[in-house]
Design a protein around this ligand. Sequence first.
Ligand code: PMP
Length: 393
Amino acid sequence: MAFEHITEAINEMKEQGTFRKLVPLESAQGNEVTIDGKSLVQLSSNNYLGLANHPRLKQAAVEAVEQYGAGTGSVRTIAGTFEMHEAFERELAEFKHTEASLVFQSGFATNLGVLSALLGPEDVVISDALNHASIIDGIRLTKAARRIYKHVDLEDLEKALKETQDYRTRLVVTDGVFSMDGNIAPLPAIVELAEKYDAAVMVDDAHASGVLGKNGRGTVNHFGLDGRVALQVGTLSKAIGVLGGYVACSQDVRDYLIHKGRPFLFSTSHPPAVVAANREAIRVMKEEEELFDKLWANTEFFKNGLRDLGFDIGHATTPITPVMLGEETLAHTFSDKLKEHGVFAQSIAFPTVERGKARIRTIVTAEHTRDDLERALEAFKTVAEELNVTLHA
Ligand code: PMP
């Protein structure tokens, strides 16, 4: 029977307790969300600055719909580039201190498009072992040779650079902030090594745009490396609050991707509401600096709270805080129980992270109040007691 293996796989997941249902929100995204009619503290979104439901973004989207309609009716390269698409790309490049930028439909599509278009069989891509799935898939689509270096291991990276000196272009690719552990890549050392061996660097700032750097300009700006990283990719769907991906790059790379970036070429452009809200988000990030103060104060408060309770929270130095639980089923049960105690914090398990490294991944945002975070900490404590999780306070 066709797809029998699919039914078997589903049954196996159900037996092992790893089958997960989607969880529909019944409210807007925010510090609290409604699920199953109940209000819960939201600790699982990537809405770092609270822009997903920000009045200025909503207003910009509504006005764009009124003036330009709901959809664009074409891909960018035929009839679907509106003036606002290009205006946004100029504004984004100015914000990122690069010559140009190009927006894709999502961050995932950006990595697929950039990696598959820019590298050929004469090239090699050198990638951190814990890079995001979209980088891995982008690498699968290139005809370039590939080397994976151990996670943030500079010696292994240097070895790879030494061994690949005969290739035309060598591209070192790293997440700026690693999405499951919340650690920041050692970018200054990576850039120095790349320069020593005449290689280029690509940084995926999905979790750093709107979080690190001045007004959320990202990892490159955070480390003072403006001008030394060839490709800054990122998403408009997390801190920026809307949808899309971008690459901030040279004018030549932008022009080339318009001709060769397949997800860009063959997929319809963003609707006006999306473009207008993305543009407004950048303005808000420039003008409402207090959002960043709030985000980092909440990050520190919540991390300290979890650490004081005795949870193992890894080595994250960003608003992402993993609460390490190990066993997959324990992580899932822990998450379910948190919900009963008023907190929405999803478990993350294999294959997203290694087996035995299951966790609750929390992300605080600028929108959380002290009361939200205190209630969340209380819930973590109660659930740990209920499930006999050993704490090291
Ligand atoms: N890169 C990284 C590092 C990510 O965490 C994500 C989001 N999961 C993406 C790319 C994809 O971004 P988007 O959700 O905009 O497709």
